[in-house]
Write a protein that binds this ligand. Structure first.
Ligand SMILES: NC(=O)N[C@@H](CC(=O)O)C(=O)O
Length: 330
């Protein structure tokens, strides 16, 4: 087994960079984690913080996003539109309740070759028997319906966590892609129950679900790719009475993926998952491993926390205080 792996700079198709001090802290860490392409909603300040980054511009679906606005956005180079169903995660209180009212917008997106990024969970509703453990599975009917109604619209099911989601995406056409996070490839329910730093939305599910995620990435399926959903929160927000949802993987992302792919015996599929597959789906040019990153078998000591610039806060990364066998050579 080789002790070095040359890879193109990776692409992370779902990442939260925040604003203010947290943004100033985490944005330069994207490259530290081996990534140089990421979708964002605002670019100017981010470009100043990490000038080598290629930002893909996205918008949030909201009632102002009419077909005319979609035409304008597409002409301005906006690539995608993100959708949160109402109330499913952090800051989603104003999210979408009824997808049908947005059909004219989706039609315009399809015509403009844009990408629809779905947070695929139904809001919890005890009367309908929906809770965080089956919220993703219950959403899949909506994904199937959207794909049937807009077969040419490129749709990404973000951060899939279940076997049902993997099977659903596999069964659909080439216009449906799927991101998988790093942490969902490691965690199951037992890891987040009582452990706020592993609590995120969607929550990690059963061992059989994690197996299905691992199997699909090991198979190298071209429509599955990395979207870390890395979501930093200050330590006090994670450890407070109602812990904020989100796992922070940005600074260790590609060493973490290499660690897992080696464990699964599929290092040959790493480049596809962290670069080629997603770029193809997003119709971005392929990037070569020349002038890319070099992973080396040098232990990476993951800090127990990072200071949030110009504050007293810290942010705790995934694998805090542990070590990984792979790091990125300077
Ligand atoms: N993933 C999370 O658990 N949280 C995200 C929001 C999200 O993508 O759901 C966040 O921004 O904190």
């Amino acid at each position: 087994m080789s002790d070095t792996i040359s890879l193109p700079w990776a692409s992370d198709f779902h990442v939260h960079l925040r604003q203010g001090a947290m943004m100033e802290t985490v944005t330069p860490m994207i490259e530290q984690g081996g990534v140089r392409t990421a979708p964002v909603e605002y670019e100017k300040q981010l470009k100043a913080l990490a000038p080598n980054m290629h930002y893909i511009m996205t918008l949030y679906l909201n009632p102002d996003l009419t077909p005319a606005e979609i035409n304008k956005a597409a002409a301005a180079g906006i690539t995608g539109v993100k959708v949160y169903p109402s109330g499913v995660t952090t800051n989603s209180d104003w999210g979408v309740l009824d997808f049908k009212i947005y059909y004219p917008t989706f039609k315009a997106m399809e015509e403009n070759n844009m990408v629809l990024c779905l947070h695929g969970e139904c809001p919890s509703d005890a009367e309908k028997g929906i809770c965080i453990l089956n919220a993703e599975e219950r959403f899949l009917a909506t994904l199937r319906e959207l794909h049937a109604d807009f077969p040419k619209l490129r749709i990404v099911l973000e951060h899939a966590t279940t076997k049902a989601a993997v099977e659903c995406v596999k069964s659909l056409g080439d216009t449906v892609g799927c991101t998988i996070t790093a942490h969902h490839l490691f965690l199951t329910v037992d890891d987040w129950a009582g452990q706020p730093h592993h609590f995120c939305k969607p929550v990690a599910k059963y061992p059989t679900d994690r197996d299905a995620l691992r199997e699909i990435v090991s198979s190298g399926h071209p429509r599955f790719f990395l979207g870390s959903d890395s979501a930093p929160h200050p330590r006090r927000a994670k450890q407070g009475e109602k812990p904020a949802a989100g796992v922070f993987t940005t600074p260790i992302l590609i060493p973490l993926m290499a660690t897992l792919f080696e464990k699964l015996g599929c290092l040959d599929k790493l480049e596809g998952f962290v670069s080629t597959n997603g770029r193809k789906f997003y119709q971005l040019p392929t990037v070569s491993s020349e002038n890319g990153i070099k992973l080396v078998k040098n232990q990476l000591d993951v800090p127990s926390a990072y200071s949030v610039k110009s504050t007293e806060d810290t942010v705790v990364p995934f694998m805090a205080g542990k070590d990984l066998p792979w790091s990125i050579a300077e």
